[in-house]
Ligand binder design. Sequence first.
Ligand SMILES: [Zn+2]
Ligand SMILES: [Zn+2]
Length: 130
Amino acid sequence: MKCEICGNKATTICPRCYRYVCENCIDPVAMYCIDCSSFKRAQEEDYIRIVETLRKKIEFIESSMEKCFDCPLLKDEVMRSMRILKELEVTAKSEGFENLLDKILSIKDKIQNIGINYLVKFKMRSLESG
Ligand SMILES: [Zn+2]
Ligand SMILES: [Zn+2]
């Protein structure tokens, strides 16, 4: 079989696009062909950008928690951020995006704490108001 990228003797099959590829055309780290691995890298960078945006948002939520506790938007943002992060974590694990996973884990505790704080405060409030 010939490498479907450069035409040399193929040694393996890319697990993502199922093309025959030679050892020069496979990324030894990702184990994908060079086309797929560059696509995957771009994809991971894209996700990392989302996580960065999320991190800024979470920091903002944290700093405005006291004064904006009653803002309905804040609660939506907390819930939404938790959901996005959870989805990205699943993606990072199934795709083997190590860098992305690191970034996610570095803010996961923070957003979970905010979520818990929020629920506790919310409960306290409703108890106080009867
Ligand atoms: Zn491929
Ligand atoms: Zn090749």
